[in-house]
Design a protein around this ligand. Structure first.
Ligand SMILES: Nc1ncnc2c1ncn2[C@@H]1O[C@H](C[S@+](CC[C@H]([NH3+])C(=O)[O-])CC(=O)[O-])[C@@H](O)[C@H]1O
Length: 331
């Protein structure tokens, strides 16, 4: 139903080629396990996107494709209506032929916080685990990587990615709609140069296994960029919410940055640095016209915005950067 042949071709042109069949198997397996009921309708909708070439593309400072002047007022209205059919738009913002997709998250702020703290992505093979609709993958593309693969199990987010890819197909950015657990266990010495895992770790029941899997997918000397919720406290402290955290029912472990360092060190990562710690502001995650459901404000204690509605510390996120050692650590 969806054609991933360009993605498979891109993989086969890199040192990842020995694992091509495993990547194909991952996608086939996931699609067999789960297909969203709206997927075929969404695929049809993609064909209604304006068939024009953008007069400019900006990915370094924002994701902007084409300009408003390329569409008439009527065409603008139609485009907006079409894009709204892919609601909710969580990660962004995007600017598509003058349509400002004002997403729930200011994902650009996250990128700004970390982009100068990581190794240049020039010529690198990159994996973005839990990439959402691929917003950060497009920002990565501005650094001339060899290949960026975003993975995420959400088929709606795959469609939002496909909207942008309609106009950005010349960039080496691809999306596989799978969770990390579908990927090969180990890519030996030929793995990715950089792996991002942002906003995923706290959803994992076994966070150390999640990190270990990514280590096994990195080449020796490769870089892990790990962003996750943290709490203040000592290196031996970690919050395991009794039930929900900020209304999310799938949050398992929220460590301190000290404990995150310990997890990475236990797995033999080197040069472990805390690149950034930032509290999530109400202006960074909020309901908009493009994401009309509840958002952060509804998840915080109305009397005390430093606490979640459940009484836990309000969301704060850390970005960790660490290197897989060059020697084989045997773990
Ligand atoms: N097993 C899994 N494997 C891969 N992805 C998963 C898995 N389970 C859930 N996801 C996906 O992980 C993403 C987490 S959002 C971060 C988006 C982006 N990275 C961001 O940093 O803005 C969370 C946030 O808002 O922070 C969702 O798109 C899930 O579908």
């Amino acid at each position: 139903m969806i054609n991933f042949s360009n993605t498979y071709k891109a993989i086969s042109d890199t040192r990842l080629h020995p694992w091509l069949d495993q990547f194909k198997h991952a996608v086939n397996q996931r699609m067999a396990d789960y297909t969203h009921g709206n997927l075929s309708d969404w695929i049809k909708l993609l064909k209604e996107l304006p068939d024009i070439t953008p007069d400019h593309i900006e990915l370094a400072s924002k994701v902007e494709i084409g300009s408003a002047a390329q569409l008439s007022e009527d065409e603008q209205k139609q485009l907006k209506q079409l894009l709204m059919k892919f609601h909710p738009w969580r990660k962004g913002p995007f600017h598509l032929f003058g349509q400002h997709i004002d997403t729930e998250w200011r994902s650009d702020w996250k990128w700004d916080r970390l982009k100068d703290q990581i190794s240049s992505l020039e010529d690198r093979i990159v994996l973005d685990v839990g990439c959402g609709n691929g917003y950060h993958c497009w920002r990565m593309a501005a650094q001339n990587p060899k290949l960026v693969i975003g993975i995420d199990p959400s088929q709606l987010f795959l469609m939002q990615f496909a909207v942008m890819q309609t106009y950005l197909s010349d960039y080496p950015v691809h999306y596989l709609p799978v969770g990390l657990e579908y990927l090969p266990e180990n890519l030996s010495d030929q793995g990715f140069d950089t792996i991002f895992s942002m906003g995923v770790l706290y959803h994992r029941r076994s966070p150390i296994d999640h990190i270990l899997h990514m280590k096994n997918l990195l080449r020796p000397g490769g870089e892990l960029v790990l962003e996750t919720l943290v709490i203040d406290g000592e290196a031996d402290q970690c919050l395991i919410p009794k039930d929900r955290y900020a209304q999310m029912n799938n949050v398992w472990f929220i460590p301190t940055t000290g404990m995150l360092k310990n997890w990475l060190a236990k797995l033999d990562f080197q040069d472990i640095k805390i690149a950034n710690v930032a509290k999530t502001g109400l202006n960074e995650q909020r309901a908009t016209e493009w994401m009309t459901f509840q958002s952060l404000e509804d998840y915080l204690d109305p009397q005390n915005k430093d606490l979640t509605i459940e009484g836990y510390p309000a969301p704060k996120r850390a970005v960790m950067v660490a290197t897989k050692p060059n020697k084989k650590a045997g773990k």
